[in-house]
Every structure is written in structure tokens, then in C-alpha cells.
Design a protein. Structure first.
Length: 108
């Protein structure tokens, strides 16, 4: 009986420990959807009314994809041209996860 209770406790602790990893992975997609897709579109193409108005870049383009992760994070954090800054609104972890989402648009 004690071994079973211990096993259940270990499994519960592992599940709780894994939850932040799952939420961080989903966090980048949620941030993109709320902050980026109005201009860049759900597909990252920039083909939205607002994207066309502000000249949003296609995130899968070679021009964007050739940038280093640090450059992408800086652009999102500080803004560029008509793109607003998001550094005061997003954590470093969110910026990092957002770069992963941007990388997902490569060759699409």
C-alpha cells in the first residue's frame, strides 16, 4: 500500500513539474495569435488589411529567416519601422518562444 501511494505521489509531482513546459510551448503560439497575427496573419504572410497598410514582412521569407534569433528578439522587443515595441509587454521567455513560432514559418 505504501509503495502504491508513493508511486501516485511521484507521478503527481512529475505531472505538476511538466505543466510549465507545456504552457511555455503553447505560450509562443498564444502570443503570436494575440500580438502578431493582426498584422502578420495566422500564416505569417503579412497578407492582412493591417499588414498591407503597415508593410508587415512575410515571416517565412528568406529576408526574415536569415536573421539570427537575437535579431528577431530585438526587433520584436524594440519594434521596427511601423511595428510597435513589445519588450515592455512580453517576458524574455515569451520573446524566445515567439522566435520559435517565427522559425516555424520557414519554407511555407
Amino acid at each position: 500500500m505504501k509503495a502504491r501511494s508513493f508511486t501516485v505521489l511521484v507521478v503527481a509531482v512529475l505531472l505538476v513539474a511538466a505543466l510549465p513546459c507545456v504552457s511555455l510551448a503553447a505560450d509562443g503560439a498564444a502570443v503570436f495569435k494575440s500580438r502578431c497575427s493582426p498584422c502578420h496573419g495566422a500564416d505569417g504572410s503579412g497578407n492582412t488589411p493591417m499588414g498591407k497598410k503597415v508593410g508587415a514582412k512575410a515571416l517565412g521569407s528568406p529576408e526574415v529567416q536569415k536573421l539570427a534569433d537575437a535579431e528577431l528578439q530585438k526587433t520584436v522587443a524594440s519594434g521596427k519601422n511601423k511595428m510597435p515595441e513589445f519588450g515592455s509587454k512580453l517576458s524574455a521567455q515569451q520573446l524566445s518562444e515567439l522566435v520559435k513560432v517565427i522559425r516555424g514559418f520557414a519554407a511555407k
